[in-house]
Design a protein around this ligand. Sequence first.
Ligand SMILES: [Zn+2]
Ligand SMILES: [Zn+2]
Ligand SMILES: [Zn+2]
Length: 471
Amino acid sequence: MAIFARITRKLKSDKQRPAKLRRRNSEAPPNDRQEGINELGEREYSVWSDASTLVGTRDHTDMLHGLAHDGFDIVVERLNSQAGGVEQDVAELRRLHELSERNKTRFNEIPANIWRHITTFLDPADAAHLALTSRLFLEKLGNEPLDILNLPENRHYRIRFLNQMDAQLPLHLLCFPCGVYHRRTNIGNERPKIDYVHNPPFICPKSTSTVLPRMRLAHGRQLPYYFVQLATRRAAYSMHHGIKCDTLCRRWKDHGNGWTHQSLYMIHEGRLLLRMRSQIFAPPKLTVTAQRMLLYDRDDFKPFFSVCAHWRDGELMNVCKCALSHVPAPPESLLRQIRASPRAQDWVTKPNLMARQCEFCRPARRCPECPTEYLLEISIREDKHDPVNQFKHVLVATRWSDLGDGTSPTASKEWCAINGLKADYDSFSSVGRRAVAGTFESQMSGSIPGQRMISLNPKKTKRGEDEHGWY
Ligand SMILES: [Zn+2]
Ligand SMILES: [Zn+2]
Ligand SMILES: [Zn+2]
């Protein structure tokens, strides 16, 4: 009797509206609701009756949600969401149950072979999604869509299908060479190692026998793709899904060639941004051969600093050589000056030690084919190991890149563009007015680089490896 009295009191006070709906409506006025969104915040698709249908909206995830939520599953869902027993609106539940039974009968009236025929118009990933929409669909379609998805030639579809489960699997990570989720072995403590092949974040049977998706950071350093996944997953879902992007930042010196590198990461709008800053002491009056010795690794003929896949096509290396040519000579000793010129005025006048870069090498450069920007500067640093000339000029090569949202190394358009996997990226239209460098520096240091930005490859030439203009 007490429960019955409580139900009556509750119904009176709610004025026949469920408590959950009223709470949501009080937060957002009905006028703010978008067109086609119901009071539960779901988009409604009517499969059976009116014309607001599947025509023209080929968003399969929304479509399948519409099928499921308009059907019988909604009863269970509402029962779960309105846990608390006494607060359930009995009349509303009865109405939904009748609707669910009616739709279930209609679904059952369509033979299984027609449902199977419908799946032939979908790609393997969408067909598998449809089969797993509800128990009824699984009975109608059987395991066939999942078996098709498991075929080796459908690996890309399988990865797209599995990607949807990322939020539900914080302790696992999708391995792209295998196309399966592996259990993370060192949860929350994954750190980049130089030998990344033997230190994967999960136990993977293919880690030593396949080419792991990765990008070159600098000479001898790579960034495996799973760190992009971990950093973007943490930002997208929760702290249990990945690691902070700060833990990827590194500073190191390459003792074989004298370059020092610093990598810095940040998350912006769900995507991982990278800044690589590399520098080396630049002596004045270098010959062309000496410039090449300073810039290129003789093992693979790539620059020691960080570059995107299109560095050979544009003016990047010419800009580097031009910047090196502006390094001023250090002041000569007084004895040498007296020998060189008998005029006292020449001994007093000190040469300007600040390098003045020209109009060609001063501006920042943006690669037209990927979200990467470069800035080459000559500045002064202290050399603690040189007792005579403590302050020397250095060439500083800074690269900013957008590494994408971590969905997959073959689907993330930014990742594909910077690694040269796809050629359909137009950085000037995609990046927009605010450059990657501006976004990065405004959040990290509060100020954006003052240099104007021009194209790295204004003539859109394709030199590639065959032509030697880049060397
Ligand atoms: Zn694997
Ligand atoms: Zn110049
Ligand atoms: Zn590029």
